[in-house]
Design a protein around this ligand. Structure first.
Ligand code: ADP
Ligand code: MG
Length: 408
């Protein structure tokens, strides 16, 4: 492989050891267990999840680990007390709060993603107590690979198990995903859709997860790129993205406004794109809304196309579809940025079959479909392009479809 920086995935034992050791040091004693949940790369279907659309994520081998111990009557603390520590947020120190004080707008900083899950489970009627938890992660942080959902989902499976909520099967995991989405939307204040949580909780190793966000149904599509001599190279541009700022929410609002204007529940229901675009032209900012809608509707069609290609074993043909998605995200949805464009262009110029930005955009990561024996050369070419553009060096990993959130 290339000389560029590669982000290594920890083994489960390594991840568990890190959080258990930190737990003993900072909270004392042993946790009830260690749970972990993966980040994700989305093959295709970006900004579709809040439009009732389709997406196709894979879980990464990179996971967030949580050592957790539930509050017990004999530990001397009120039942609602939560104490949290994260290796990625060492500066925040040990965060202590009470579940009774958690609600929309009341929790600042990273702890919102963790306690938000407990809050959402309580809102859904589950009797969830406070807890002690230590978090550590090898999921690239804030890099568009869903470290936020990895954190939420690791906490969710931990709370499910320590409280015996019985949400371990796929239907239960769909409920856990809903709780994680509420945590992110209502407590952390990020208006993201549901793809990340479904990917982290409901993926299967060796498969991509076709998620229909209209009804939450899924299909596991075998994705063995190696067998086809291919690899999915992930390029972490290291350009920081911020989902809690206005851009993501404004894209989502434009889609909702367009759907209302068109008289449909979500943009998934748009069946005649040309007619929809003509109707949207009458809006004051018609040309912008038209482009947003064109991205969403064509992107959902691209997911269907990728499904057909995978079913037909035509994996190489995914390349041009990925590149078409990138052009749509860049030009119509306007969520790309220079770093993402440099990454995709350089990868494709170096022989990638196609590539695109993933995640919310404005930074974060890109993916490129690459011949397996060219992974290092393509990564080197991307690193050189970043240097030539005087951008900080990117980091790389290979997305091999991994398993869902689970106890370690
Ligand atoms: P991503 O694309 O990685 O999901 P987000 O902006 O959605 O980016 O989420 C990143 C935020 O999630 C961080 O700023 C932090 O608040 C929280 N977070 C994620 N992973 C961790 C972790 N291991 N420890 C503490 N906070 C985390
Ligand atoms: Mg996120």
């Amino acid at each position: 492989m290339s000389a560029g920086a590669w982000t290594r995935a920890w083994s489960p034992a390594e991840g568990a050891e890190r959080v258990a050791a930190a737990f003993a040091e900072h909270l004392g004693g042993a946790p009830d267990g260690v749970w972990s949940a993966p980040g994700r790369a989305n093959v295709i279907g970006e900004h579709t999840d809040y439009n009732g659309g389709l997406c196709l994520p894979v879980a990464l081998p990179h996971r967030t680990y949580v050592a957790l111990r539930t509050r017990t009557p004999d530990d001397g603390l009120p039942r609602g007390t939560v104490r949290l520590l994260s290796a990625q947020e060492a500066g925040a120190g040990l965060v202590t709060l009470d579940l009774a004080d958690v609600g929309p707008g009341t929790v600042r900083g990273w702890a919102a993603y963790a306690v938000g899950v407990a809050w959402a489970l309580r809102e859904a009627g589950h009797d969830v107590a406070g807890f002690d938890a230590v978090v550590d992660s090898c999921v690239p942080y804030g890099a568009g690979l869903s470290s936020s959902a990895a954190l939420e989902c690791a906490v969710a499976v931990a709370l499910d198990e320590v409280h015996g909520l019985g949400l371990g099967d796929d239907a239960g995991r769909a409920r856990l995903a809903e709780a994680c989405i509420r945590a992110e939307n209502d407590i952390a204040g990020a208006a993201t859709g549901g793809m990340d949580q479904a990917a982290s909780l409901r993926c299967r190793a060796g498969h991509a997860l076709l998620l229909d966000t209209r009804d939450g149904s899924t299909r596991h599509i075998p994705l063995d790129l190696e067998q086809h001599g291919l690899a999915l190279l992930v390029i972490d541009t290291r350009a920081e993205h911020q989902l809690v700022d206005g851009q993501y929410a404004s894209r989502r609002a434009a889609c909702e406004r367009a759907a209302a204007h068109l008289g449909v529940a979500t943009l998934r229901e748009v069946t005649d794109l040309d007619a929809a675009l003509a109707s949207l032209a009458t809006l004051p900012d018609g040309d912008v809304v038209q482009r947003r809608v064109r991205h969403v509707v064509t992107e959902i069609a691209r997911v269907e196309e990728v499904e057909r290609l995978l079913d037909a074993g035509r994996v190489e043909d995914l390349g041009p579809v990925l590149s078409a998605a990138h052009a749509s995200l860049r030009d119509d949805y306007e969520v790309s940025c220079r770093e993402l464009d440099v990454a995709v262009d350089a990868a494709c110029a170096a022989g990638a079959l196609g590539g695109r930005m993933v995640g919310g955009g404005f930074g974060g990561s890109a993916i490129a479909l690459v011949r397996a024996d060219e992974v290092g050369a393509v990564a080197d070419a991307v690193a050189r392009a970043f240097a030539a553009e005087e951008l900080p060096p990117p980091a790389f990993l290979v997305a091999v479809a991994a398993g869902p959130a689970a106890r370690v």
